[in-house]
Ligand binder design. Structure first.
Ligand SMILES: Nc1ncnc2c1ncn2[C@@H]1O[C@H](COP(=O)(O)OP(=O)(O)OP(=O)(O)O)[C@@H](O)[C@H]1O
Ligand SMILES: [Mg+2]
Length: 767
């Protein structure tokens, strides 16, 4: 993509195109203490900043004189077809409601792909990519948003009962004048804005027209129709325009964790080819395939999957990609990897109501169903059985309506399997479902995976990524027809040498060999070792990779104390942190692999502003990564750069501290209905851990145990309703174990007695 150049001009660059509510206003927030916090990604900023250093969004209260820059941006214009006519035959109040729904839909579609809504003009929308921060794939994001708009607005019209409803969309990528420092109207001006509006007007209803430049930038990811010449009076005689037809790679970019510098893949070409062949087989046979990638911590499993994704990104075909992680928190969170796959496909947003999520589910299913089709009859049946996967299973918000409480597990499996089948047929695309960290998977989820693999008639590649212990528990997983087991062992020394050389290209060969001999073929070990040498000031991080620090000789590096093991190395890196960041890493590790800033603030009893310095130290040290990719469902959250780092940070704390921190996490989760990771099973597990870690009963033991029983029962009931028998039984049994602590006098809890629970535990086992 062409780079931007920023020749500054002074003053405002002229009037905006039109009036209307400005979307860019109010994008920033101030914290109570006065720090400016970005509304897009919650990153605190210094007083001097105008734009968020993390994501580029405008911050509030910018008082600098306006400045214009010239930048390459992609501009989208969308307009409702037949709006005037619709307005004439519709009651004004209904119309207002309809329009506000339409605006909200446009905004969420555009923002979910990283665009900024510049303004609404009557019924038209203008949005911009790249105004404050240039991304390599701005043009692609804009075209994807345009195509998505034609779809979602059509669906919205059909659902509103007002009949045909369509947008036309124009997308142009070009240099424009951007007024920086003005968070409102007229931010972007130039001929490109006009051209986008004209292309939109020339597009047929429910279609997208782009200019030639946008097409050139996106042609390997978007399918385009034939060139049309459009007469644009007043702009030029004629310009070339291209209809964008569909996204040919659904996977998008940004698969790699934001902060990881990926070196070339070394020594795993054969394994990579096995995964690619599995995908090719799925496409050729139209049938499911299960690939199980196993290996010890840090050996390169997730990286291999990243390679598959990268390969598929360049395959000229639509692919429905899903990647989901099993929660370290207990098998009790049954089906979490399935529910996050469904949530990401329907575009569900953390914290939105169950009703909204159900609406999205139905819309998606309808879009995969041809009208008048016999399939329409299944819609309600499917919705009811998929709905529990979307529910926030907290007390007082029952997952299922009473009529559905009696479904057996086979009914859920049938409906969920049909979900994948409909998706594949409706999108005319193969499906990929990656389940990361499957050593934490619940048995019921694995049962479903095998059900899908053996009975589904659609092209679905399921990739299970796991540490080896899962295969001890489930040796049949990935065995037999339609399945592949891929076991990753340590890399050979040459590969590790190549890996280290990729990160530190100037190190002499004998030093490369010496370092590689220390890491036992584990790539994560190699990376962590280099990081520790940076922490110790022996290596320096430069734009050309890692180099010997001034005054350090290769000999000094050779003398550096070899770490005893990967865990010891990670522990010593964490130990070498100042007390502030070290404490933050420890607190975060109790929260989980990924966590929000508000959760961290709550358990550390500090404001986000106070935490900012420590968090950013952890980012520079490669311990935490902030997720800024707008395509990620974890956007705005922080994750540990590797699961093993979280594990070590967790294990290095005293039992007592861990116990107290689990309780603090529960206090936070119980009081935060919108927190994404809040579920009965997660809260219950924090309480169970807190109690198990207590060496002696304390004043709070009884009340903690009572809360634990309460949440365990809620989690058990919801697992039972979903037919997750193993999880349900274990949760009931945990509640029974907890009973004497919670009810020393033998009373009932939540209206139930221990007998009831024993009965339920028996019942789920035999059902
Ligand atoms: N073959 C390889 N070539 C280059 N880099 C690699 C290779 N394999 C792994 N890496 C890098 O090593 C690190 C650890 O790999 P990865 O995260 O894939 O391990 P993992 O097996 O998934 O570990 P875990 O079980 O803890 O999740 C990552 O930074 C990854 O990019
Ligand atoms: Mg991994």
């Amino acid at each position: 993509m062409r780079g931007m150049w920023s020749e500054a001009e002074s003053g405002n660059v002229g009037p905006s195109v039109s009036t209307g509510p400005s979307a860019s206003q109010g994008r920033g927030l101030s914290s109570a203490s006065g720090a400016r916090i970005c509304a897009s990604c919650a990153t605190p900023s210094t007083d001097a900043a105008n734009f968020c250093s993390q994501c580029g969004a405008a911050l509030p209260g910018v008082s600098e004189p306006q400045r214009a820059e010239r930048r390459y941006t992609s501009i989208l214009f969308a307009d409702l077809v037949g709006f005037t006519e619709l307005a004439e035959r519709t009651d004004a109040e209904d119309m207002r409601e309809l329009l506000s729904g339409y605006f909200a839909l446009c905004r969420s579609t555009i923002e979910s792909l990283g665009g900024v809504v510049e303004k609404f003009i009557g019924d038209a929308v203008m949005a911009v990519w790249g105004a404050t921060r240039t991304r390599e794939d701005d043009a692609e994001r804009a075209v994807r948003a345009a195509l998505e708009l034609t779809k979602v607005v059509g669906d919205y019209g059909r659902a509103s009962a007002l009949g045909a409803f369509a947008v036309r969309v124009g997308v142009v990528t070009d240099e424009v004048a951007v007024v920086l420092g003005a968070a409102g109207e007229g931010m972007v001006t130039g001929a490109a804005v006009n051209l986008a509006a004209r292309l939109q007007a020339a597009a047929a209803p429910a279609t997208v027209l782009t200019d030639a430049h946008t097409r050139t930038l996106t042609v390997d990811r978007i399918d385009f129709g034939r060139e049309t010449r459009i007469d644009l009076k007043g702009i030029a005689d004629e310009v070339s325009a291209y209809p964008a037809l569909r996204v040919i790679s659904e996977t998008g970019s940004g698969a790699a964790p934001a902060a990881e510098i990926l070196t070339n893949l070394v020594g795993r070409d054969a394994e990579r080819d096995v995964l690619i062949e599995s995908f090719d087989r799925v496409v050729a046979t139209g049938r499911p395939h299960l690939a199980v990638v196993s290996g010890s911590a840090g050996v390169g499993k997730s990286r291999l999957v990243l390679e598959l994704r990268d390969h598929l990104d360049h395959v000229p075909m639509a692919i429905m990609w899903h990647s989901a992680r099993c929660l370290s928190y207990g098998d009790g969170v049954a089906y979490s990897a399935l529910s996050s796959a469904v949530r990401s496909r329907i575009g569900a947003v953390e914290g939105e109501s169950e009703t909204v999520a159900l609406g999205r589910l139905r819309t998606k299913l309808v879009s995969w169903t041809s009208a008048g089709d016999a399939q329409t009859a299944d819609l309600d049946w499917m919705c009811e059985r998929i709905a529990p996967l979307l529910g926030a299973d907290v007390a007082g918000a029952p997952l299922l309506n009473s009529s559905s409480a009696g479904y057996g597990r086979h009914e859920f499996f049938a409906a969920w399997s049909l979900w994948f089948e409909r998706m594949s047929a409706g999108e005319n695309a193969p499906v990929v479902w990656v389940i990361e960290d499957a050593h934490w998977a619940d048995d019921s989820l694995l049962d479903f995976v095998q059900h899908l693999q053996r009975t589904n008639p659609a092209p679905i590649l399921i990739v299970i990524v796991t540490r080896p212990e899962l295969l001890v528990r489930r040796p049949d997983l990935g065995a037999g027809d339609g399945a592949t087991q891929l076991e990753l062992g340590p890399l050979d020394e040459e590969s590790i040498v190549a890996l280290i050389a990729g990160l530190a290209p100037e190190l002499p060969r004998d030093i490369l060999r010496l370092l590689s001999a220390r890491v036992g073929g584990v790539p994560l070990y190699a990376r962590e070792l280099l990081r520790s040498l940076v922490d110790d000031g022996l290596l320096q991080d430069t734009a050309d990779g890692l180099r010997l620090a001034p005054g350090v000789s290769a000999g000094t590096l050779a003398m550096a104390e070899p770490p005893a093991s990967l865990r010891v190395l990670i522990a010593s890196r964490l130990d070498s942190l100042e007390s502030g960041p070290r404490l933050v890493a420890q607190l975060a590790s109790v929260l989980g692999f990924s966590f929000s800033m508000s959760a961290l603030a709550a358990v550390s009893r500090r404001s986000a502003r106070e935490l900012a310095g420590d968090v950013s130290t952890l980012e520079t040290r490669g311990i935490l990564i902030s997720i800024t990719d707008p395509l990620s469902s974890e956007r705005g959250q922080y994750v540990f750069s590797h699961p093993l780092i979280r594990q070590v940070a967790y294990e290095m704390q005293s039992r007592r501290s861990r116990s107290e921190r689990h309780l603090a996490t529960v206090d936070f989760l119980e009081s935060s209905p919108d927190e994404g990771s809040r579920s009965a099973a997660v809260i219950a597990q924090h309480l169970v851990d807190a109690l198990h870690l207590q060496t002696a009963p304390s004043a709070s033991t009884e009340s903690a145990a009572r809360r634990a029983v309460h949440w365990l029962l809620a989690a058990a009931d919801s697992a039972r309703r979903l037919g997750a028998a193993t999880a349900a039984r274990r949760l009931y049994e945990q509640a029974i174990d907890m009973w004497p602590l919670a009810n020393p006098a033998g009373r009932d809890a939540d209206g139930r007695t221990v007998r009831d629970l024993e009965e339920l535990a028996r019942e789920v086992t035999t059902s």
